[in-house]
Ligand binder design. Structure first.
Ligand code: HEC
Ligand code: HEC
Length: 275
């Protein structure tokens, strides 16, 4: 049970006020690939992207899914993708990942599709090639069926259907720091905004509290690489959630990807109002 993931959706809807992020008009051109292609093999490339984006975290390394439910909350599994994929052609799969729609057109619950709307076509093709390469195993899980606590979370806006998040934040971006830092911005949008917010302002109300990403401005480059690679914060500190996320996902970044994230976040931190 990893219920903190549900807070992702909560955070996505947390702020009602306008964000310091860019509206739809920037989405016109097809986004370029942002992840380094280490392997000539698109399946290995896609596997690394799936790790970095957290697909293999929520859906498990073998993609067989995880049980998020309990009697009060109700039934919610992260799908067994290894079996579900047979029900999707590639277009429908892309619609599920970017748009939050199941193969039959119904709404997926709590799948963070709004983070994946801006993935470039080549990166998406590699991701799909990887997903299709995983042999079916395990069992199909039941569809979501919310109990009283789950229905309450839905009513309170703590739990969301994926297409609603896509409408709200699918075209939103973290702050612009200029074209040379666009790659870092795209990586941060897809990987850090999930917890630190699309506007990178964090979420102090969620346990453990997510700091604003201007905190990265206190890091030097070497300490930031250490955080991403080992999960240890500055001064060799073990963190509550960030250490696990780094070890599970960000240690799969390449050095240039970490540099791109760092350079972008430092630029944002310099612009952030003091305090
Ligand atoms: C924060 C956790 C989380 C992350 C990260 C996540 N998913 Fe999901 N995903 C879910 C949940 C929960 C469901 C089940 C929703 C439902 O059944 O209504 C789901 C459902 C899906 C489905 C529909 C499968 C079916 O049963 O028909 C696809 C496809 C999918 N995810 C692909 C991906 C891919 C690819 C990634 C990475 C780019 C990803 N997911 C990342 C939580 C997540
Ligand atoms: C699953 C949620 C989650 C994701 C995704 C996430 N973070 Fe964090 N982050 C946290 C939390 C929570 C903290 C506060 C420390 C803790 O309790 O783990 C934190 C703290 C931090 C800190 C401050 C560490 C310190 O010195 O105290 C930095 C820097 C940071 N995150 C950077 C990032 C970057 C960069 C990304 C994307 C590449 C990212 N985070 C993605 C949850 C997340």
């Amino acid at each position: 049970m990893r219920r903190w993931f549900l807070l992702v959706a909560m955070l996505a809807g947390a702020c009602g006020q306008p964000r310091d992020s860019t509206p739809a008009n920037q989405a016109a051109a097809a986004p370029p690939p942002v992840y380094d292609r280490l392997a000539g093999n698109p399946i290995e490339h896609g596997h690394r992207i799936a790790d970095v984006l957290g697909c293999t975290g929520c859906h498990q390394a073998d993609l067989t899914g995880e049980d998020w439910g309990d009697p009060e909350f109700g039934t919610l599994w992260t799908s067994n993708l290894s079996r579900a994929l047979a029900r999707y052609d590639d277009a429908a799969l892309e619609r599920a990942i970017r748009g939050g729609l199941r193969h039959d057109g119904s709404d997926l619950l709590a799948m963070p599709s709004f983070l994946f709307t801006q993935i470039g076509a080549e990166d998406m093709a590699a991701l799909i090639a990887f997903l299709r390469s995983v042999p079916p195993s395990g069992v199909d899980h039941p569809l979501p069926a919310l109990g009283p606590a789950g229905r309450q979370e839905l009513a309170e806006g703590k739990l969301h259907y994926a297409p609603a998040d896509v409408v709200r934040e699918g075209q939103a971006w973290p702050p612009d720091a200029g074209a040379p830092l666009a790659r870092g911005r795209a990586i941060v949008r897809a990987t850090c905004a999930e917890c630190h917010g699309m506007n990178l302002q964090g979420a102090p109300e969620i346990d453990p509290p997510r700091p604003p990403l201007s905190v990265a401005g206190a890091y030097d480059r070497a300490a930031f690489h250490t955080l991403m690679r080992t999960g240890k914060g500055m001064g060799n500190r073990e963190l509550r959630l960030m250490s696990d996320v780094s070890r599970g996902r960000y240690n799969r970044f390449t050095d240039p990807e970490i540099d791109a994230v760092f350079d972008y976040l430092v630029a944002i931190a310099r612009r952030a109002p003091a305090g």
